[in-house]
Design a protein around this ligand. Structure first.
Ligand code: M6R
Length: 357
């Protein structure tokens, strides 16, 4: 039920801080220590490489998850688009572990990889919002997203839940391997939940940005570096999916290799600047596009902001910035679709779960 909300998507965006807190609870023991299923821990310890398989938004969460698993748990990770995996199957390591990320647990492209990998005898873990789903039943292990039903076709709370559960998977594995982390992950997730709550209260500011900058545009670029780049891919997917604006996410450093040719007077360029180590370089990319007439909107993080930024996010741990930056990206898409009278919850040509290959 959407209650007083005009759309499921807006309700689901607003639910994100609560979903974060539920995830923290569900993955904590009675002494507030992180709790990760022992079989999952064993599988993580036994593998020498992780292959993440997913589609769409779940694939974008996988790109963020790779950073967690490599940086915190020290396991090499490859992230693959499910529908492409069979054509360009990589040489597998000796002890691969397959991790399927799927909100619905029913995506046919992902399932077909799962079936093949099981036939080859490889272990599989599914991270899903629907524990009884096909991908959950057919894998060896399941981690639940605890996001509650997601009705809008555009995935929002499942994306941030996937990122949080991937962080927990990485931290739990690091602990099991005896690796030390220099921060308290559960506390940082709680801080991120609070940041999400602050952000969901800033709808008017985002709506105003949409009105000023995305009103009639036919295209929009999202640029970022490092983790911000992955959130740009997701921000662009959200916008194109529900508002039909042609939007693409680009790595800041790639612009000069071709894409910058597309910049014209007034082209909206949304830039994410939430990472200290790339703050300088992404800002120089923004200058490059502004010099060619682009209409820039910089979303930065407290502590890294400059006067001309369009929006400043509350500070969260640098590994968890997607949890915060995703929220204004979702709201941008929501209001862009709303102002164009698009069917926000049921965009044309799309289904909530894609059960055909
Ligand atoms: O249920 P899944 O997570 O497997 O779905 C994968 C994609 O179809 C899905 O994320 C899609 O990209 C969303 N509609 C994006 O908002």
């Amino acid at each position: 039920e959407k209650g007083t909300y005009p759309h499921f998507m807006l309700k689901e965006i607003d639910e994100q801080p609560f979903v974060m807190r539920r995830i923290i609870q569900e993955y904590q023991d009675e002494r507030d220590n992180l709790k990760l299923d022992e079989d999952v821990q064993r599988a993580m310890m036994a593998c020498d490489r992780i292959y993440i398989i997913a589609a769409g938004t779940s694939y974008h969460a996988g790109l963020v998850g790779k950073q967690f698993l490599e940086k915190m748990a020290g396991i090499p990770v490859e992230v693959h688009v499910a529908s492409e995996f069979s054509y360009n199957m990589p040489l597998l390591s000796e002890k691969p572990l397959f991790v399927f990320i799927s909100q619905s647990g029913e995506t046919a492209d992902s399932r077909s990889v799962l079936v093949k990998m099981k036939e080859m005898g490889h272990p599989a873990l599914t991270i899903t919002n629907v524990p009884g789903s096909t991908l959950s039943r057919e894998a060896d292990f399941t981690l639940h997203l605890h996001a509650g039903p997601e009705i809008a076709v555009a995935s929002t709370k499942a994306y941030t839940a996937q990122i949080a559960v991937l962080a927990i998977l990485a931290v739990g594995t690091a602990r099991a391997k005896g690796l030390e982390l220099d921060f308290d992950p559960m506390q940082e997730l709680a801080i991120a939940a609070n940041a999400m709550e602050v952000l969901t209260d800033q709808k008017e500011a985002i709506e105003a940005l949409v009105r000023e900058n995305l009103g009639t545009t036919r295209n929009a670029f999202f640029i970022g570096r490092s983790t911000d780049y992955f959130v740009c891919l997701e921000g662009a997917l959200k916008l194109k999916e529900i508002s039909y604006v042609q939007a693409e996410g680009f790595a800041g450093g790639e612009l000069k290799h071709g894409t910058i040719a597309l910049i014209e007077k007034g082209t909206p360029v949304i830039a994410l600047a939430t990472q200290e180590n790339v703050n300088y370089s992404i800002r120089s990319n923004v200058q490059e596009v502004v010099a060619r007439g682009a209409n820039d909107m910089i979303f930065s993080m407290k502590g890294l902001e400059q006067d001309t930024d369009a929006f400043v996010l509350p500070r969260v741990h640098e590994l968890l910035t997607p949890l915060a930056s995703a929220v204004p990206m979702q709201l941008l898409a929501y209001y862009a679709a709303l102002h164009r009278d698009c069917d926000v919850d049921k965009p044309r040509n799309l289904a909530k779960s894609v059960t055909v290959e």
